[in-house]
Ligand binder design. Structure first.
Ligand code: GLC
Length: 558
């Protein structure tokens, strides 16, 4: 085992504290071989684009061998790359090439479940009831006279029961799709295997992992039903499978693995929890390094509410010394250009909002302002592929093209998450917009809207005022600005009165975001470094006051 030699606090050593991390959803990023599915060769060809954008790290959604029942979150083999994406050798080359460009690499690890095509699960099915192989999962006899009822009343996150019966009569637990059997973490073999998977990727130079569904691996072994008094929406405490105290042992052990490298690896958790103290417990110094800030993602476009979330975030992170994170979009939620253009601007995943009237121009203006807010807040920031192009949620996907288990398990009542996963437009005036090469044998796996011809990288490239231009300039300015690398943060002004977010970072750097309906005069004596849109009165000569229009943000130096 190697010993950590770098000095704690060394900037590069703790890159995750301030990094801007770009999420690559491989399936929809770039398709090099023309089968309509993004792949690693496609990503490798675009690494210069990502480095040029100015991000610090790339997070890859699962790229492992998988039957894709849940877009790769059903992992059949952690040590192989899915053949649709490429090979292990290509992943290794990608890691090296990204490092050469100064980009860190984060891979997704799914501790809660595996695929029903994973060797362990296949073996468990064959070995039958009472076997050691079944103990790696949650197999149980059913209730009722002939065991025809599931062992308890738990529901799958995707809808329907959380249990599926196998031909010999036993049932197995799956908190997600039936193709994703839950692992039984009381088993040493499960713990050892996942730690070995971490080492497998860390040994290949991966700089960190994103931990999927991180609150869910530990279960109450009694598997109690919620019963009528505790519907799943009003569960008992402790919850039988969310955020149980035992789960922290897993991440302490993972932290030991991460810290055993010369350059310690980062653990970043998907921790959806309402209670800020329970959330922060995952970020104690011997557990994860960072976790996604879903309260921020779910916050409406409202100055007072945003200010409260920022305060609550900073207050929750301070006692454990962890960096805050700022995120507005990912592969599970409605793209924020769309969310911010609707009457209801809250809630990342809002199937009920499907088809709601959307003002995309307004949503785009707010999304641009939100970028300057995200990048100016203290901590690290996550960007989801395509937000730098101003992509919106694609609502009009035909049912037969949909792939998300949310859609199938709800009988179509929940349209699912495909609308934020549509392949990226790179160039040209027609689908596949350079996502696949000319003459590709297959269309992109989800159809792209024709109107994306205006949002290709090629179309936006030359225009510094485009969304892409703004992302590039903002990321470059963030890197160059020492105040944004530090931890100092202080509010200025009162949002209750003005509907404005107004804060200082270090000496002389201020961020103002106007969420009100009026122009806001800019403070005199401060100059605009960067604005998310045109300012009022700019360039109109000496003595004229400059104002910040509604749904616009500005970085000021004074
Ligand atoms: C996480 C992933 C989501 C996946 C689920 C089950 O929430 O982000 O995409 O469906 O876990 O693995």
């Amino acid at each position: 085992m190697t010993v950590r030699t770098r000095i704690a606090g060394d900037r590069d050593d703790r890159w995750w504290r301030t990094a801007v991390i770009y999420q690559v959803y491989v399936r929809s990023f770039a398709d090099a071989d023309g089968d309509g599915i993004g792949d690693l060769a496609g990503v490798r060809a675009k690494l210069p684009y990502l480095a040029g954008l100015g991000v610090d790290a790339l997070w890859f959604n699962p790229w492992y061998a998988s039957p894709m029942a849940d877009a790769g979150y059903d992992v059949a083999d952690y040590r192989r790359i899915d053949p649709a994406f490429g090979t292990l050798a290509e992943a290794e080359a990608l890691i090296t090439e990204a490092h050469e460009l100064g980009l860190k690499i984060i891979v997704d690890v799914v501790p809660n479940h595996v695929s029903d095509q994973h060797a362990w699960f296949k073996e468990a099915l064959e070995a039958g009831p009472g076997s050691a192989a079944r103990e790696l999962f949650w197999f149980r006899p059913g209730r009722g006279e002939d065991g025809e009822l599931p062992p308890n009343d738990w529901r799958s996150e995707f809808g329907g029961p959380a249990w599926t019966r196998v031909p010999d009569g036993e049932w197995y637990l799956h908190l997600f799709a039936a193709e994703q059997p839950d692992l039984h973490w009381n088993n040493a073999k499960v713990r050892e295997e996942l730690e070995s998977v971490l080492r497998f990727w860390f040994d290949r130079g991966v700089d960190g992992v994103r931990i999927d569904s991180a609150t869910m691996p530990a279960k109450d072994p009694a598997l109690p039903s919620f019963g009528p008094t505790h519907a799943q929406s009003a569960p008992p405490t402790p919850h039988p499978f969310v955020d149980r105290d035992e789960v922290h042992g897993i991440y302490r052990a993972w932290r030991t693995v991460a810290d055993s490298y010369d350059e310690p690896r980062a653990l970043i958790g998907e921790v959806w929890l309402a209670d800020p103290h329970r959330f922060a417990a995952y970020l104690r110094p011997d557990e994860m390094h960072a976790a996604f800030n879903f309260d921020y993602l779910n916050c409406p476009w409202d100055a007072q509410r945003l200010r409260s979330v920022v305060d609550a975030t900073l207050a929750a992170h301070a006692p454990v010394g962890a960096p805050a994170t700022w995120v507005l979009s990912n592969h599970d939620v409605t793209r924020h250009v769309t969310r911010y253009g609707r009457a209801d601007t809250a809630m990342g995943r809002s199937p009920a909002q499907h088809g709601a009237p959307t003002d995309l121009a307004l949503g785009t203006r707010r999304a641009r302002a939100a970028l300057l807010l995200n990048l100016a807040l203290p901590g690290s920031c996550y960007l989801y592929q395509g937000e730098e192009l101003g992509l919106w949620e694609v609502d009009e996907i035909p049912d037969e093209a949909r792939q998300d288990p949310f859609f199938f398990r709800s009988g179509g009542a929940d349209i699912g998450r495909d609308g934020c996963r549509v392949p990226l437009p790179w160039s040209g005036g027609r689908p596949p917009f350079g996502f696949s090469p000319d003459g590709a044998q297959a269309a992109p796996w989800l159809p792209q809207p024709d109107a994306w011809s205006a949002l290709t990288v090629e179309a936006l490239d030359a225009d510094p005022a485009s969304v892409l231009g703004l992302y590039r300039r903002a990321l470059a300015a963030r890197r160059a600005e020492p105040a944004l690398q530090g931890e100092e943060f202080a509010w200025l002004g009162e949002p209750e009165v003005t509907g404005v977010l107004n804060f200082r970072r270090g000496e002389g750097f201020r961020c103002l975001v106007n969420l009100s309906a009026q122009d806001i005069p800019l403070p005199e004596g401060e100059s605009a470094l960067l604005a998310s849109g045109p300012l009022e009165g700019e360039g109109e000569g000496e003595g004229r006051g400059v104002a910040l229009p509604p749904d616009t943000a500005v970085w000021l130096r004074g």
